[in-house]
Design a protein around this ligand. Sequence first.
Ligand SMILES: Cc1cc2nc3c(=O)[nH]c(=O)nc-3n(C[C@H](O)[C@H](O)[C@H](O)COP(=O)(O)O)c2cc1C
Ligand code: SF4
Length: 473
Amino acid sequence: MARYFHFRTLQDVQQAALQLGAEVVVQEDLSPLWQPITVGPFRVGNRLCIQPMEGCDGTPEGAPGELTLRRYQRFGAGGAKLIWGEATAVLPEARANPRQLCLTPQTAPALAHLLETCRQAHRQVWGSDSDLLVGLQLTHSGRYSHFRPLLVMHDPLLDPLTFDRSTGRYINSDYPLLSDDDLLRILDAFIAAARLAWQIGFQFVDIKQCHRYLLNELLAARLRPGRFGGSLENRTQLVRLMIQRLRQEVPGLLIFTRLNVYDGVPYRAPPHAPQSPGEPWPFHTPVLTSWGTSTEDPLQPDLTEPLRWIAEMRQLGVSAVNVSMGNPYASPHLTRPFEYPPPDGYEPPEPPLLGVARHFRLTEMVQRTFPDLLVVGSGYSYLQEFAFHAAAANLAQGRVSVVGVGRAALAQPDFVLQLRQHGRLERRRVCRTFSYCTALMRSKHHPLGQFPTGCPPFDKEVYGPIWQQAQSR
Ligand SMILES: Cc1cc2nc3c(=O)[nH]c(=O)nc-3n(C[C@H](O)[C@H](O)[C@H](O)COP(=O)(O)O)c2cc1C
Ligand code: SF4
């Protein structure tokens, strides 16, 4: 069980990166974080973004619950000027868990209240919210829909790992696929949800194309027959139609997207040595079912198609891309480099600093290809108290436009205040990538079918008892 994070100073981080050949640069000067940036008609007051993070704490109807309100109140007060609201399903059956938010005419007033709670908290602490941009991630969970998998394609790598709760079995190649008509109905649901989001005051929606949920999987559907599979043109057709319709039907709404640029392959704990570093599940080349991935060597990214797709999305009117990668169920080390694995995961297969460097490198490729696109980067929390020094260096070097903060914001939602007042995070509340938050997401033995998630170690008062309850069976 190798542990990797031994860094005490910026120099330690730099040194370790050099030794690994990883491009992780840090700098003392945090001033790049405080530069405003514009997107569409909006001025965003700093370069910090709260990443979309589900709390799994909605009502059974998909409205925000008490803990959801608390979270967005804390994020609003925190001071990041871009708040990327969490995964919100466009249809009840599209939810990844029974407490995921779902945007419908019934839940819209409660989501409007959530948004106002967030903005008001921001105004109270920071005086004005005129430079605060808040949007919502719209999702269809596809393969990972809670009640039963809703597949756009078969994947020989992921099918054996895809559990169907409705039968209590893993799926196989007989499992039915969504039809083209089903996909067109899903398109309508995205449009309806986006319109509602706009009506209740969100400034942007994110058409979620990451983490192997439905629209991400469709990008990889080379083997799907019909109008939405096969060629790149076909695989991108549903989102192309979505963007075109949104531009026409909801013209004021900004369209953002969170995009996997590299899916990779699933990993596992080695069967006979579960404490050893994780390893890829066996695969045969060419791997044709992963997006942004070399078909001959799927451990390597290939951004040819993602870059072509971003170029087209820009022309269609997408104004920001939040770069992500991997699959939070099957390759979590790619999505969020960690020191301690989640309970359904595996030990890091590589020094996590390499995972951070992969995020930085692929994000830089996107940003350098599209210098005037607003590109949000991910995967910073592993760097703990040095995350914002890497963020500042990446901003200063033009490797990214805005820095996304995930787990670090669950552990310390007032991180902007800490950085502003003390020039660093409060040490005793820095996310240590313990993965308790993911463990809670995976805990289903709750009366509502899902435990809420947050940060038990550093938000103890609220999530300590929830953690205790989740641990006792
Ligand atoms: C508890 C939790 C919930 C998450 N929910 C979402 C989500 O709703 N949508 C999404 O795109 N990513 C989600 N993510 C991924 C994060 O947005 C982020 O990409 C990831 O944690 C890596 O960033 P970090 O290193 O700053 O944590 C979630 C992550 C965590 C830990
Ligand atoms: S539980 Fe807290 S410390 Fe652990 S990874 Fe999540 S946010 Fe970080």
